[in-house]
Design a binder for this molecule. Sequence first.
Ligand code: PRP
Length: 233
Amino acid sequence: MAAQKTIRRIHVGKKMKAAATRLPGVVEVDHPLVRHHLTRLRDERTSPEEFRSLVRRLATLLAYEALQDLHEEPLSIRTPNCDHVGRRLRESIGLVPILRAGLGMVDPILDLIPAAEVWHLGVYRDERTAKPVEYYSKIPQTEPVDTALILDPMLATGGSAVAALSTLREWGVPNVKLLAIIASREGVTTITDQFPQAQIYVCCIDPTLNDRKFIIPGLGDAGDRTFNTGRSE
Ligand code: PRP
């Protein structure tokens, strides 16, 4: 049953990496650097400047884990000493940040994949109903990318991610990976039930949502903490 899909804690190491690429589903990256930076990210005393920096670091670690199965092809070059056959990426990659908070994950991943396309999606969660409201889409009608990475630091009810996954399914993207820094268990289950093929990479799956559908323990509102707009709370 999709709802019982295995959630794997993946230690970054060769043996466990191999397991991660064999098993479809949800990957919760289990690494000291992730735990260290995530704890600072959760801390309410962390400034917006540091919060943005921590999101960049965690996005890099997530992407490293999520992109192990990218397709490559041989590339012949000449080093200063001799001919050499190296490798280069063979597939087109699209980054799909969910506005606003997903914006903070774009630059660190573009640093890793400078040729990636970036297609913005505007989705916010109505605080009264906790339902996603789609307000902007830059997704084109033309040929889809081979692999799309949906970027959003938080996956709470999963509604915003489901909206993004639906949009990418309409675009016809064959390979979709969802990168979130934290997720709720409920949100992950909602997504895997509706999109069994989606691959989800998270730094941590938190146990619950509160009555306002905020992740517990969570980190508050990632958009507000990134852009320093939380004073109306
Ligand atoms: C947050 C977060 C996700 C969404 C998660 O965005 O960045 O996009 O909520 O909630 P869900 O899984 O229940 O849909 P928010 O609506 O606060 O918008 P913002 O990024 O513009 O602040």
